[in-house]
Design a protein around this ligand. Sequence first.
Ligand code: HEC
Length: 190
Amino acid sequence: MNKIIYYLTAAIAALVFAACETKVKKEYTSVPENSKEASIKRGEYLVGIMDCHSCHTPKIMTEKGPAPDPTRLLSGYNPNVPLPQPIEKNTGWVLFAPDVTAASGPWGTSYAANLTSDATGIGDWSFEQFRKAMTEGKYRGIDGSRPLMPPMPWQAYKSLKPEDLRALFDYLQSTQPVKNIVPAYQPPGA
Ligand code: HEC
């Protein structure tokens, strides 16, 4: 009788252990995929509420005003709008392209960067480059490169939490690639 109880207990223990192990294994293997997916989702949300589209997405005109062009999301300066007339240093005024993808002011003329996953965007960037560009205002996130110019509000992004930076990067890397070579920044009077 004692032997039967012993075997029964052992069998139940083995079953419980096996069930726990499957659960642990399942959770373990599913976490990395889920967190990448969740990070991309959060990145999309952040890009929306941090309004990257305002400057980085070409617009189409609708009855209710300019709206993001869904075929060219985040592809930077809109090549269909004429280049802005550079404004000289001493006027103090700032001029924006009608869809806000380029601006000219006392700092010179700047063109919103292509942020898509294309090679003409940030498709070949490392996360470290992205971090340096977003939080240290370095062009292409390279040490010793020129500072990023207005109206890119990188100073406002300085204290982004690492997980939010990662989410923005993961989302941008997952975007539809759009080929668009953006003109180079021109210093004042160029
Ligand atoms: C008010 C306009 C504006 C907003 C909002 C904005 N940007 Fe920018 N961004 C620019 C402009 C203009 C440039 C180009 C600056 C330059 O060339 O010096 C730029 C440059 C960048 C660069 C550097 C690209 C490179 O080649 O070095 C990155 C990365 C970037 N923006 C990401 C973002 C992200 C992500 C958001 C939203 C969280 C965002 N920007 C919001 C205008 C903006």
